[in-house]
Design a binder for this molecule. Structure first.
Ligand SMILES: Nc1ncnc2c1ncn2[C@@H]1O[C@H](COP(=O)(O)OP(=O)(O)O)[C@@H](O)[C@H]1O
Ligand SMILES: [Mg+2]
Length: 590
């Protein structure tokens, strides 16, 4: 008896299905791509339970004839390529003829379709089996309903995450895809609740506005650059704008969303010297290149591509950003990075920017500290502490006497005691101190909220709105008072008094985008840690002597001076005995 067996077709197709269909978002992706390939101008995605229960996608594309409706679930059934030479230049999203076969192998599927020539047809399938093929009236277009994904693959089903997490993936994917097709209307609902609704518009700018709002759009500049048959267009960060994470780095090749390290690296390099430390460029970057210059057939889910001339594309991105930034600087003074600017210059700069805001850019765009902010900084911060500390300056806490020598690289405080030399990371230290303050306040009196003079409007992306709704109660407990204002916008009526007017926006967004850090006990603690991180002094910020002394004293008084709330080290301690030994002042003790 041979040991090798040929697998029964049913098992083989489940295995193959696993490559294409991993989770609800993979189903959404395949079906949306089919709708795009069918020339739809409206695509609607309805989910139940984040897609784990039901995924329904309806389009108004060209639909299918009776014959095609009967064939489309067969593996390797495709209308998009017919010969080997077509593989060299693929212009459609699909071409493998696998999606419908794979999806139907692992779920219960109903397809309704009509090409507008006669009645419509309905196909009902379960697992590999065809249950029914019938005539059924239907408007031109196609609807695919996928129920109980992986009902026949319990092992896979177990790997699905929470509703919220699966839904999050779909929101991100659809956002990504919708940006490449502003002329198409996209709608997404989950449990009948609308999450994305973008009617057709005529440009990427407008689509970005629909999805992310004015604030995001205002920080972007247009890109447009052409070299032979290679074209690059889209929007990316204006010089000295940027954001605190890489979430807005989206790339497309011939309108196909792609992930590619080379593209990310090119964008990063293009912004060297154009952004402050700690900021990442945003980029909604579309490349249009001849179909035979890119291989999309590298990955079953087609999210990766291979370029024939990667260096050429790298250079193109550098060039496009350079040109974009150059034409920006004609209208806007180039601003030096924050760490090189003194307080007075900052104020002046804020003023000029306020004047310029009439020209269409907002003064807060760079989120520059203004004098108002300095006053508003609470006594938990540094400014007010300064005065208090001034009085106590000479009197050192018992047993903890140290002297601050100064600041190194505007980021580290160098302090000495009789026993050791300390090199302290100013950001991590302040973060630790604030975190403990917040924890203590929460244990004891709590803190109150304050109302801003002018209520701020916060524009959320669909993904942000989702996480906001999920953590509404925690945010309320923290002292945020928000009201819905239509669409994805919120009005900020109240916020914790420990935040300044200028900080609050950044802190709010950091809170709702809070990534799951399991080292911290509960989510509330995590939120407090995020708040501490966002309000702490930054690396690169020059500090006054009193500020440094305050930080060092508070740090040595804190519960865990060694680590910041996120677990990064705060202090390097160089023992006196080690210094003396290393420099040969004292013989080795052993
Ligand atoms: N929404 C749709 N509208 C019209 N035709 C469709 C749609 N979805 C699938 N089809 C047809 O079914 C075929 C098989 O689809 P699929 O399994 O996704 O493979 P592929 O997209 O790789 O061709 C497609 O080539 C297309 O002809
Ligand atoms: Mg397809």
């Amino acid at each position: 008896m041979p040991l090798i067996k040929i697998l029964p077709a049913e098992i083989a197709s489940k295995i193959a299905a696993g490559e294409v269909v991993e989770r609800p978002v993979s189903v959404v992706k395949e079906l949306v791509e089919n709708a795009l390939d069918a020339g739809a101008t409206e695509i609607r995605v309805d989910l139940l339970n984040g897609g784990k229960k039901l995924i329904r996608i309806q389009d108004n594309g060209r639909g299918m004839s009776q014959e095609d409706a009967a064939l489309c679930f067969k593996r390797h059934a495709t209308s998009k390529i017919s010969g080997e030479e077509d593989l060299e230049r693929i212009s459609t999203f699909g071409f493998r003829g696998e999606a419908l076969a794979s999806i139907s192998a692992v779920s219960r599927v109903v397809l309704k379709t009509s090409d507008g020539s006669g009645a419509g047809y309905m196909v009902e399938r379960e697992g590999e089996k065809l249950l029914r093929f019938s005539e059924s009236a239907f408007p031109k277009g196609t609807l695919v309903e996928v129920q109980d994904l992986f009902f026949n693959l319990p092992a896979r089903r177990k790997f699905l995450r929470s509703e919220r997490s699966e839904l999050g993936l779909v929101v991100n994917y659809l956002t990504w895809q919708a940006l490449a097709f502003p002329e198409i209307k996209f709608v997404l609902t989950n449990n009948q609740k609308e999450i994305i609704n973008c009617p057709a518009v005529s440009s990427l700018r407008e689509r970005i506005y629909q999805i992310f709002g004015r604030k995001v759009l205002d920080k972007l500049m247009p890109l447009e650059y052409e070299e032979g048959s290679y074209v690059i267009y889209g929007l990316s960060s204006r010089p000295f704008a940027g954001r605190l994470d890489r979430q807005h780095q989206l790339f497309y090749v011939n309108r196909r969303p792609v992930k590619d390290r080379m593209l990310t690296a090119a964008l990063t390099q293009a912004y060297l010297g154009l952004l402050e430390k700690g900021k990442y460029p945003e980029g909604f970057i579309l490349l249009s290149i001849p179909f035979d210059q890119v291989d999309v057939n590298v990955h079953p889910a087609k999210s990766e591509v291979r370029f024939r001339e990667p260096q050429r594309i790298f250079r193109l991105i550098l060039k496009a950003v350079e040109m974009g930034a150059r034409s920006e600087s004609l209208v806007k003074p180039i601003i030096v990075a924050r760490e090189e600017v003194s307080g007075r210059e900052r104020t002046e700069r804020a003023k000029t920017e306020a004047d310029q805001s009439e020209l269409g850019w907002s003064a807060q765009e760079e989120e520059l500290p203004t004098p108002v902010q300095a006053e508003a900084a609470s006594h938990y911060g540094l400014t007010a502490a300064k005065e208090k500390m001034q009085a106590k300056r000479e009197s050192e806490t018992a047993g903890k006497s140290f002297r601050v020598l100064g600041q190194y690289l505007n980021s580290y405080i160098v302090a000495v005691s009789d026993e050791a030399v300390f090199i302290i990371d100013q950001h991590n230290a302040h973060e630790r101190i604030l975190f403990e303050k917040f924890l203590e306040l929460r244990r004891t009196t709590g803190w109150s909220s304050k109302q801003p003079l002018f209520p701020q409007v916060l524009e959320l992306s669909p993904a942000q709105k989702l996480s906001y709704e999920e953590m509404k109660y925690e945010l309320e407990e923290l002292g945020f008072g928000l009201e819905p204002m239509g669409g994805n916008s919120l009005v900020l009526r109240e916020y914790p008094e420990i935040l300044s007017d200028e900080e609050v926006r950044e802190v709010f967004f950091a809170l709702i985008e809070d990534s799951e850090d399991f080292r911290l006990k509960d989510r509330m603690e995590r939120l407090l840690a995020t708040m501490a991180c966002k309000t702490a002094v930054k690396a690169g910020q020059p500090l006054q002597q009193e500020e440094m002394e305050f930080l060092v004293r508070e740090l040595f008084n804190s519960d865990q001076p060694g680590l910041c709330p996120h677990g990064r080290p705060v202090v390097i301690r160089l023992e006196r005995s080690r210094i003396e030994r290393t420099l040969g002042r004292k013989p080795d003790e052993d």
